[in-house]
Design a protein around this ligand. Structure first.
Ligand code: C2E
Ligand code: MG
Ligand code: MG
Length: 726
């Protein structure tokens, strides 16, 4: 029913009256239905809704009073104007007591009748509008209440003194309190003891706009009626944002502080993931022993302490003999199990306060702080280690024998800093290997160092640059979904005239120490750009070139300009270059690095975090940096074959990193099973021996011509052909 055109019913037993009334209304532009007599009126009223009824009282059989009774009984919503020849006061009173809007006497004065009808219609209209607005308000209130109460976050309002005036129902599912019991309570009722101070600044925040508090982490207490112990209350980690609420006072032009509005988010899942990742960052997944990073940390602390207290400490470098043999013949699964059993036996030899770490592969390091004077304590532990490894290990029905070669260096005798102590323990270990293995030796300065520690690196590298002994190989990075090669990582190789191929893992750390890496890095950049330009000029599909860059290179003052100039010289767009840096590089000088990376990013260059998970792995810095890609370290991918935990870690990393909108590359993918898993968790890209080892530039060009690359398990035929550089 439209509110503009009212529905009117005229009821009378006299057809002439009906007609004249209808004509009268028609002149005023009002249409009306007619009913002759009370019975027909009742039929009409039952079938249709009328805004207004003009009703005669005296009618045969069913009269006007009967009609009104019917209207009341059936609770029909309509207004009635009685138009009647009955003149008695009682008739009028009866009609009004039955709810008639007005009473007009026949013969009626036309003007009076029209005014009465008009008034009635106006009133009806107002009522309709009122009802409409009330309904809208109710719906909107409903909607808002629904939104607030079903929000995944806690939403609250505090009064000026910090008491809750509102808190949504989410509090009940999260912490067990009902919103009613919290209303009127002070916010500190919910906050963990130790966080009260921090909470003071956020919970009743008075600032608004950009200056208000955002994402402050706090702990809230669960409702736990049984708990009488203040200190072990269970807590919920939250992230709180809040702001002051104000009312503008028109007259005084002042703003009055009303209280605080805040939103708190449950961050349990994130905290748990961070904890797991932190643990993994400092521990070896296979043996659960501290890893290299944690060892370095502890060694640093132990050296400072030894210095202060004028004590001695020992570093043992331990390498398993023949482990590679077992691994190669019996396979990784047996090798891994062996490493686990070996670490369990090693652990039985150490004292509380010692750190046994897995350094990588079959290498372990043992840090012994506070050893007594002389070599006695340390010798005894080394001896014990050689002894506990003597009994065979039973794995898969195989009886396996391993022994260890142990090199030892002592602070301060063999070195006063971390690098020297590790290096000297390593050299001593090599001597044990060279002289029959299964033994231990203390470092002495007359021990000859193995080749690359001995070699004068500076001349070596200079010569390598002069004599063209360096070259680059390129490992394809593949889009897991489409099977296309989307990029290549440039990897450095040194073909030494005398010693043959030397792995970058061996000489890059030394090149970094001496600063030679800067010159090498320039060579790598130009070589990689030359090759990329060649591919582009040949019209091959556009791909990304990833280049590894060490902290020392990035620390160069003019590195940003240098990179930008190089890109311009080779006519390579910024997005075709990706710089791979490790977390340790960023941590070496966080502020300076952030600044540089932002500059680089402005030039369009992509930034990737390499070997993610082996360094600090703090997700908290990720959002501060202009990072495009995160490369999950090979150690995590390797675990996919072995451990369920390995899987959940990658899954967590991939999910979180994708949540930040970054590209994820899995490094070191070697098996179909790993690839299947990565595809399942929606990891973007992968590189590894499953696809191919690092290749020469010509072979890469060949592959690009044959695009799309056939990823095992995908259907490359289905994919679109890609746009070419020309
Ligand atoms: P990275 O950047 O993490 O490079 C990946 C390493 O993993 C490469 O070793 C590659 O050959 C190896 N790899 C790739 N797929 C697999 C796989 O499926 N299984 C296994 N087991 N390994 C795989 P590479 O070439 O020996 O390089 C070692 C490290 O040396 C690199 O690690 C990188 O940190 C550094 N590096 C290499 N080239 C350069 C360079 O030009 N500049 C700098 N600063 N560092 C470089
Ligand atoms: Mg890399
Ligand atoms: Mg890597």
């Amino acid at each position: 029913m439209s509110s503009n055109e009212p529905n009117i019913l005229i009821v009378d037993d006299d057809p002439l009256v009906l007609k004249s009334l209808r004509d009268l209304l028609a002149i005023r532009g009002l249409a009306a239905d007619t009913a002759i007599g009370g019975r027909e009126a009742i039929v009409c009223l039952d079938q249709m809704e009328y805004d207004l009824v003009l009703l005669d009282l005296q009618m045969p059989y069913v009269n006007g009073h009967d009609v009104m009774r019917h209207i009341n009984r059936k609770q029909i919503k309509t207004s009635v104007i009685v138009v009647s020849g009955e003149t008695s006061f009682e008739a009028a009173r009866d009609a009004c007591s039955q709810g008639a809007y007005d009473f007009l006497r026949k013969p009626y004065a036309t003007d009076e009748l029209l005014i009465t009808i008009n008034n009635a219609l106006n009133e009806i209209n107002l009522e309709k509008q009122n009802r409409h607005i009330t309904r809208q308000l109710r719906d909107s209130e409903h909607l808002h209440r629904y939104l607030v109460n079903t929000s995944p976050d806690i939403i609250y309002i505090l009064d000026q003194d910090g008491h809750f005036t509102f808190i949504n129902e989410r509090i009940e599912t999260l912490l067990g309190y009902s919103s009613r019991e919290l209303t009127g309570k002070h916010y500190s009722y919910l906050v963990h003891q130790d966080d009260i101070e921090a909470a003071r600044y956020v919970f009743n925040e008075r600032r608004a706009g950009d200056r208000a508090s955002r994402n402050v982490e706090l702990r809230l207490k669960y409702k736990d009626d049984d708990s009488k112990h203040v200190f072990d209350t269970r807590t919920l980690p939250i992230e709180l944002s809040s702001m002051g609420m104000y009312k503008d006072d028109d007259r005084s032009q002042k703003r009055t502080y009303l209280g605080t509005y805040g939103v708190a988010r449950d961050i349990t899942e994130r905290k748990r993931a961070e904890e797991t990742i932190n643990f993994q960052a400092y521990h070896d997944l296979l043996t659960n022993l501290p890893n290299r990073a944690l060892l370095r940390d502890r060694l640093g602390v132990a050296i400072s302490q030894a210095k202060r207290e004028k004590e001695m400490l020992a570093v043992m470098f331990l390498d398993l003999d023949r482990f590679k043999n077992i691994n190669d013949t019996l396979g990784h699964v047996v090798g891994d199990e062996l490493l686990q059993q070996v670490s369990a036996r090693l652990k039985s030899c150490v004292r509380e306060g010692d750190t046994l770490a897995r350094f990588g592969g079959d290498e372990f390091t043992l840090l012994l702080p506070k050893i007594g004077k002389g070599e006695g304590d340390t010798s005894r532990i080394a001896q014990k280690i050689n002894e506990v490894l003597r009994d065979p290990f039973i794995i898969d029905g195989n009886e396996l024998y391993v022994s260890a070669s142990i090199g030892i260096s002592i602070y301060p005798r063999d070195g006063t800093d971390m690098e020297t102590l590790i290096k000297h323990a390593d050299i001593a270990m090599y001597h044990v290997k060279d002289t029959g293995k299964n033994n231990f030796k203390f470092y002495s300065s007359d021990m000859t160092t193995p080749y690359f520690q001995n070699l004068s690196l500076e001349t070596g590298i200079h010569k390598a640059l002069e004599n063209d002994e360096f070259h680059l190989v390129y490992q394809p990075q593949i889009n897991i979904k489409s099977g296309e090669i989307v990029g290549v990582e440039a990897l450095l190789r040194w073909e030494h005239a005398e010693y043959g191929l030397i792995s970058p893992a061996e000489f890059i750390p030394f090149a970094e120490e001496t600063g030679m890496i800067v010159e090498i890095g320039h060579w790598v950049l130009h070589q990689a750009c030359t090759e990329l330009k060649r591919w582009r000029d040949a019209g091959l599909p556009e791909i990304r070139m990833s280049i590894n860059m060490s902290a020392r290179q990035l620390a160069e003052k003019k590195i940003v300009k240098y990179l930008a100039d190089t890109l311009r010289d080779y006519r390579i767009p910024g997005h075709c270059l990706e710089i791979e840096i490790t977390e340790n590089t960023i941590m070496s000088d966080m502020d300076a690095m952030i600044h540089k990376l932002k500059e680089l990013s402005k030039k369009g260059v992509n930034i990737a975090i390499d070997d993610f998970g082996t360094g600090y792995s703090s997700l908290s810095y990720l959002h501060k940096l202009p990072i495009h890609t995160l490369k999950v370290d090979r150690t995590f991918i390797r675990e996919v074959n072995i451990l369920q935990t390995g899987k959940s870690i990658i899954n967590t990393i991939v999910a979180m990193v994708k949540g930040l909108g970054l590209n994820v590359i899995a490094e070191g993918v070697e098996t179909q099973q790993q690839l299947d898993y990565l595809r399942e968790i929606d990891c973007n890209e992968a590189q590894g021996f499953l696809f191919c080892k690092p290749l020469t530039a010509d072979v890469v060009a060949q592959l690009l011509i044959q695009e799309p690359y056939a990823v095992p398990g995908s259907n490359p035929g289905m994919h679109r052909s890609r746009h070419r550089t020309h």
